[in-house]
Ligand binder design. Structure first.
Ligand SMILES: O=C(O)c1ccccc1NCC(=O)[C@H](O)[C@H](O)COP(=O)(O)O
Length: 208
């Protein structure tokens, strides 16, 4: 069975990013929409990313942001991937020449496969609990008995933590899990113990 990948999202501090790297996390998300409580300045994110060891993906997250801002962030940060969390169209998402993930607002989307079909160029999808127009990173989960029916890679997000990620993986077998609130002491401030526990819980499912 494939190893389930891990993405930590909403990184704002270098010490958290470095610990995530040591723990073997596959991807780190940096939130560049000012709608977020986890907004990080692109210069600060660039510094964090440059200190990371090779082969860890950096993901730049936006939500209905101005193209000029997105281009500015890309030219400074040089992320591996983009993540769009709002009402961006497929054309919007494809316009930057980088692989991208599209967030799926599960509270509003009943047919996930049809939604995904509208984004043929997506590298993958991030299924999150919130409704259309709402920010992610709320620590809320969706109904994990819903089969998304996707034949492309997707990340499970929303309300996962060390205590429930094992159950989530067993039920859904996502390509990856994405967590923000579940490893934090407050928005954007990651907790070392919660990060360690989360990675251990995911690794335990990889040996089952
Ligand atoms: O994290 C945010 O503040 C945020 C704001 C606006 C749009 C998206 C946002 N986060 C998206 C993510 O990828 C989160 O990691 C995902 O929603 C899971 O969050 P959580 O339920 O807190 O683990």
């Amino acid at each position: 069975m494939n190893r389930v990948r891990i993405k930590f999202c909403g990184m704002t501090r270098s010490e958290d990013a470095m610990l995530a790297a040591r723990l073997g996390v596959d991807a780190l998300g940096f939130v560049f929409t000012r709608k977020s409580r986890r907004f990080v300045d692109p210069a600060a994110a660039t510094g964090m990313i440059r200190r990371l060891p090779p082969l860890i993906s950096s993901v730049a997250l936006f939500m209905d942001d101005e193209p000029a801002w997105i281009r500015q962030v890309i030219s400074m940060v040089r992320p591996s991937l983009l993540q769009f969390h709002g009402e961006e169209s497929a054309t919007d998402c494809e316009g930057y020449g980088l692989p991208f993930l599209k967030g799926v607002p599960m509270a509003s989307v009943t047919d996930v496969a049809s939604y995904a079909a509208g984004f043929a160029g997506a590298a993958g999808f991030l299924l999150d609990a919130h409704a259309r127009g709402e920010a992610g990173g709320q620590g809320v989960r969706f109904d994990w008995t819903r089969d998304p029916g996707l034949d492309r890679p997707w990340l499970l997000a929303g309300g996962i933590d060390a205590g429930n990620v094992g159950e989530a993986i067993r039920l859904l077998r996502p390509h990856a899990v994405d967590v923000s609130s579940g490893i934090e002491s407050s928005p954007g401030i990651k907790d070392a113990g919660r990060m360690r526990a989360f990675v251990s819980a995911v690794q335990a499912t990889n040996t089952q």
